[in-house]
Design a protein around this ligand. Structure first.
Ligand SMILES: NC(=O)c1ccc[n+]([C@@H]2O[C@H](COP(=O)([O-])OP(=O)(O)OC[C@H]3O[C@@H](n4cnc5c(N)ncnc54)[C@H](O)[C@@H]3O)[C@@H](O)[C@H]2O)c1
Length: 328
């Protein structure tokens, strides 16, 4: 079975490609490789250097499934140039889905985000009214809105609304702009944790390896189960308050460090229900924040991860690419 992964050079993409190769898929990895071309050669892997918005539709010939990860991948990066964010995250992925259907691809899996729920007091389910607050969140919601109705008996699109991701799992594009990863890095390298005031804000989290496994399983589920549907990707017990997160990470690493508070009090929160994923999709993430913190700490200490790599902070890396004249 042949799978096209867009955004394959990213934080999730590099872990996902490994998972798909391990399961025996033939993978076509398409990316602009903004964070480097780090995938290892494999007889079952073909890499393509192309833009989500412009690639030759013949790339999709003979492809059985698409996993569409290409994006400017967080809120601040999405605000650098909202028109570009819109053109990649919404129009680019819609183009891929439409072309996939035209070319006879059977499945299309969209990487959406729990950010579509925005801040709220209730616990968001897939049925809750979305409240997207940023260009990034709106582009995800529009992509879902226009891609999922392409479903018919020959074409099965599906979307995961992914919680905030954490962990290392051998990814070849690390992101220290994600809160668990950043807290762990700061504990290891600076002996302190930065906590955004007042620390009572809730956020949902999921490990990067669980995200990769969920996408791989979505290739194997019956089409009727997933066709045209949205699933939140995470676990109920990994909705954490930010201060609690810091406590969990420090205790997992067995350290006692200083907490440094920053920002003006921000109690904007959101919590998400992952019941549908567990009950209907039949998947429950396996890893917990403690696992992620320990593996990141080990990888930094052993030198596998460079905690100062400028590519690990998405928005500033994109800014430096633009300053170098790279057309994002
Ligand atoms: N990491 C998270 O916490 C998280 C949470 C929710 C949703 N998601 C979604 O999952 C997907 C992957 O996220 P990630 O954390 O791996 O991000 P990432 O930034 O590491 O990866 C995105 C990849 O897309 C590529 N890309 C960007 N623009 C492109 C274009 N025009 N054409 C081709 N490739 C392009 C980049 O080079 C990069 O390799 C994204 O859609 C993101 O919005 C991520």
């Amino acid at each position: 079975m042949k799978v096209l992964v867009t955004g394959a050079g990213g934080y999730i993409g590099t872990v996902l490609v490994d998972e798909l190769l391990r399961r025996g898929y033939y993978v076509i990895a398409l990316d602009r490789w903004f964070f480097g071309k780090t995938l290892q050669d494999d007889v079952n892997l073909k890499t393509i250097d192309a833009d989500e918005r412009l690639y030759d539709p013949d790339v999709l010939r003979g492809v059985d499934a698409v996993i569409d990860l290409a994006s400017l991948s967080n809120d601040p990066a999405g605000e650098l140039d909202p028109v570009k964010t819109w053109s990649i995250n919404y129009l680019g992925r819609l183009r891929t889905a439409v072309l996939a259907k035209q070319k006879g691809v059977k499945r299309y899996l969209l990487s959406s985000s729990c950010s579509v729920y925005g801040f709220r007091d209730d616990i968001a389910t897939e049925e809750s009214r979305p409240n997207p607050l940023t260009t990034y969140a709106k582009a995800n919601l529009y992509a879902e809105r226009d891609i999922l109705p392409l479903a018919d008996k020959n074409f099965t699109p599906m979307a995961f609304r992914i919680a905030t991701v954490y962990g290392y799992a051998g990814t070849r594009r690390m992101r220290f702009d994600l809160v668990i990863n950043a807290m762990t890095r700061d504990i290891v390298t600076k002996g302190k944790v930065m906590i955004m005031r007042d620390g009572s804000q809730w956020r949902p989290f999921v490990h990067v390896k669980d995200v990769a496994v969920a996408f791989a399983e979505a290739l194997e589920k019956p089409e009727d189960l997933i066709r045209g549907r949205v699933f939140n990707l995470g676990t109920d017990d990994q909705n954490y308050q930010i201060k609690e997160l810091a406590d969990r990470i420090t205790s997992a690493l067995g350290v006692n460090v200083e907490y440094e508070w920053y920002g003006s009090p921000d109690t904007r929160s959101y919590r998400v229900s992952f019941e549908k994923l567990k009950k209907e999709f039949g998947f429950e993430p396996k890893y917990r924040v403690e696992d992620g913190a320990k593996e990141i700490a080990d990888a930094i200490r052993s030198g596998k991860l460079d905690s100062n790599d400028p590519k690990t902070i998405t928005v500033s890396w994109y800014k430096s690419l633009i300053a170098q004249g790279v057309m994002v």
